[in-house]
Design a protein around this ligand. Sequence first.
Ligand SMILES: N[C@@H](CCC[C@H](N)C(=O)O)C(=O)O
Length: 275
Amino acid sequence: MQINDFPHGLPFMKMHGLGNDFVVIDSRGREAVTTPALARAVGSRHFGVGFDQLAEIRDGDGSDITLDFWNSDGTRAQACGNATRCVAAHVLAEGGDSITIRTARGLLQARREGDQISVNMGPPQLDWHEVPLARAVDVKHLPLAGDPVAVGMGNPHCVFFVDDAEAVPLMQRGPEVEKDPLFPEQVNVEFAQVRSRDEIRMRVWERGTGVTLACGSGACATAVAAALRGLTERRVRMELDGGWLTLDWRDDGVWMTGPTAHVFDGVLPAAITGA
Ligand SMILES: N[C@@H](CCC[C@H](N)C(=O)O)C(=O)O
């Protein structure tokens, strides 16, 4: 089935994890339908549905399911932690306590933890951390520079430690760093304030989307950066604009735990999908 096979509309779910909001299309048993143009049309908060990311579920590939992620500007993302948790909650509602999810980042495991969902986002890519920052002779040109930490979680993140996360002008600093030539594929930008050895306040500017209320892969990258710097333990609680996550950097990867919500179901009309 392709997009033209949905002249009466393409079903979707609206979900969020800490206000990081998603349109989820379940394409199990058929071909994937998302294109950059569809993602942009559905992603518009005024002319479409609006989302931070679109997640499309496909048949498993040596896994229970496969997941593709799109940003609202129509670009692809290799990882999206909060959407992974939301989709896991949806699939786990069909039965079972644990699933495997194939993503561009690799094979992830998600499981139920009481009324929350945990996902192992995999080991951080610290070679990515070394490459771009080592290549830069001087990163002090970055706004708020003072030694940011670059961490890959399948997707690229640049974490700045600041005294007061609330005071950071995200709308100005975010895009300046996101589009800095230091990051040829652009970058997600986190501003983190360490409150104690097990608590961090973090705010985020996402590549391809902008300010969001939370970013799961960004939370993982921030926890790794803080532990690498010796500022925190490897297990922390993190307050984002939309709520709280728990991050635990273990030998098998960075586990992220938090709430998910299924807000409503809808149908995308042909006027938006182009069917
Ligand atoms: N909100 C996501 C991350 C989304 C991807 C990001 N914008 C990118 O382009 O890498 C999360 O929860 O991880």
